[in-house]
Design a protein around this ligand. Structure first.
Ligand SMILES: NC(=O)CC[C@H](N)C(=O)O
Length: 377
C-alpha cells in the first residue's frame, strides 16, 4: 500500500514529516499535546478540542480500534463524548491499523476518513512535544501530498492545494474565534424528565456526554440550554456549566447570565470552561497557560486538606487565583505547577473544577463533585 506523505508545519516554521492515515485534507489549528495512554475515541469527540490539532504522546495509537456510534435510551452516545469528531486532526507516532477490542467496530483510520478528519503517523511526537513545552502552544497546519506525489518548493510531498506553503489559507486566529457558539446546542434539550425531580439547567458550552450522564445517574432532570441562553428566566433548582472549546474571553454573554445567577442562592457547579466562566462572573481573570494540561494523571490537592486526587484534564487556560474576589477562595490546586484547579464561594453553594470529574476518559477520583452538587439542590 502506498501511503501519502503529510507534513505538520508549525508557526515557527519547523516541519515534521509523516504519513497520512486519515482523510486527505489540509487543516490548521492550535497544536496541543495530550499525554494520556488511552481514550482517543473520547478525546476526539470531546467538543473542547474544536480548533485544535491533537498530538498524542503515547506512541502506539489505534490498536484497540473504534467503538460503534450507538445511542442510549437517554439519547446520549454510549462510547463517544458527542455526535462527531471535534478535533481538527490527530498526530501520532505509530498508528496501528490492526486492532482488537471487545467493542471495536472499525479502525481509527476508517473512522477518521468517514468523518473527514486528517491523521498523521510517523511523527516524532516526543520531539514535537518538547518543542511545544519549550515554546508554548503554537498554531500549525497539516499539508497532504497529492496523488502524483508532486514536490514543490523543495519540500517533498507538498502540492499547490489551498493550504500549501505556496497558497497559504488563512491561519485561524484561535483566540478570537467563538468555538463555543459552533459546538453548543441550538435549542433546549431536556433529558430524564419525571415527576418530582429536581431541574438542573446545563449551560452547554460544548458539553461532553458523560457530564449529562453523570447528572442523570443522580436522578435529576437535565435541561440543556445553548451557551448564550438567558436561563435566569427558567424555573430551575441548580445550574451546571459545562466544558467547552476556545478562549473563555469569547463567552461574555454567558458570563453576564451567570453573574445574574450569582445574585441568587441556587447551587452552581462548573467544569473546565464552566470553572473559567464562573470565575469570570465572580470577577476573576483568566490567562493562557504555556502549553496547558491534557492528560489522565494531573494531581490536584483540595485546599485545606492533604487530599490529592488524580484527575483527567484538557485545558489551555486557567483562572488567575490571585484575582479571585473577596467572596471566593481556591478549592483545588495543581500539585505539578501550583495553578488554580477550582474555586468556591465562601458563603453560597457555588463551586467548580478545572479538571474533568466525569473522566471519560481518565480516573474517576473526583466523581464526588456530582454527588456534592446534587446533594445541594
Ligand atoms: N475542556 C475545557 O472545557 C477547556 C476550556 C478552555 N477551552 C481551555 O482550553 O482552557
Amino acid at each position: 500500500m502506498t501511503r501519502k506523505t503529510a507534513t505538520l508545519v508549525l508557526d515557527d516554521g519547523s516541519m515534521f514529516h509523516g504519513f497520512s492515515f486519515g482523510f486527505d485534507r489540509a487543516v490548521a489549528g492550535e497544536v496541543v499535546f495530550n499525554t494520556a495512554m488511552t481514550g482517543y475515541p473520547e478525546s476526539l469527540t470531546d467538543p473542547s478540542y474544536a480548533g485544535q490539532l491533537m498530538v498524542l504522546t503515547y506512541p502506539l495509537v489505534g490498536n484497540y480500534g473504534v467503538p460503534p456510534f450507538s445511542i442510549e435510551e437517554n439519547g446520549l452516545p454510549t462510547f463517544m463524548e458527542s455526535e462527531k469528531i471535534h478535533a481538527e486532526a490527530i498526530i501520532v507516532s505509530d498508528y496501528s491499523e490492526e486492532y482488537s477490542h471487545w467493542n471495536a467496530m472499525e479502525s481509527l483510520s476508517d473512522w477518521l476518513k468517514r468523518e473527514m478528519i486528517p491523521g498523521i503517523t510517523g511523527i516524532d511526537t516526543r520531539a514535537l512535544t518538547k518543542k511545544i513545552r519549550e515554546h508554548g502552544v503554537m498554531m500549525g497546519r497539516i499539508l497532504i501530498d497529492d496523488e502524483t506525489g508532486m514536490k514543490h518548493g523543495g519540500i517533498a510531498g507538498l502540492n499547490l492545494q489551498p493550504g500549501s506553503l505556496h497558497m497559504p489559507f488563512e491561519m485561524p486566529d484561535y483566540e478570537s474565534i467563538n468555538y463555543v457558539d459552533r459546538v453548543s446546542c441550538k435549542e433546549i434539550i431536556t433529558y430524564g424528565e419525571g415527576e418530582g425531580k429536581k431541574h438542573v439547567v446545563l449551560l452547554d458550552c460544548g458539553v461532553k456526554a458523560n457530564i449529562i450522564r453523570s447528572l442523570l445517574k443522580r436522578g435529576v432532570t437535565v435541561v440543556r440550554v445553548p451557551w448564550n441562553y438567558d436561563f435566569n428566566k427558567l424555573d430551575y433548582d441548580g445550574l451546571f456549566i459545562s466544558n467547552g472549546p476556545g478562549d473563555p474571553d469569547t463567552c461574555d454573554e454567558a458570563v453576564r447570565n451567570i453573574r445574574k445567577a450569582l445574585a441568587g442562592d441556587k447551587p452552581i457547579c462548573g467544569i473546565c470552561m464552566g470553572n473559567q466562566l464562573l470565575a469570570k462572573a465572580g470577577g476573576a481573570s483568566i490567562y493562557k497557560l504555556k502549553y496547558g494540561h491534557r492528560s489522565h494523571n494531573q494531581p490536584v490537592r483540595m485546599v485545606g486538606t492533604e487530599k490529592c486526587f488524580i484527575t483527567s484534564q484538557n485545558h489551555g487556560y486557567a483562572v488567575a487565583g490571585d484575582t479571585l474576589g473577596a467572596d471566593w477562595e481556591p478549592l483545588f490546586i495543581n500539585m505539578n505547577d501550583g495553578t488554580n484547579e477550582g474555586i468556591r464561594h465562601k458563603t453560597k453553594p457555588f463551586f467548580s473544577a478545572q479538571f474533568h470529574p466525569e473522566a471519560c476518559s481518565g480516573p474517576i477520583d473526583t466523581e464526588f463533585i456530582f454527588d456534592k452538587f446534587v446533594e445541594l439542590l
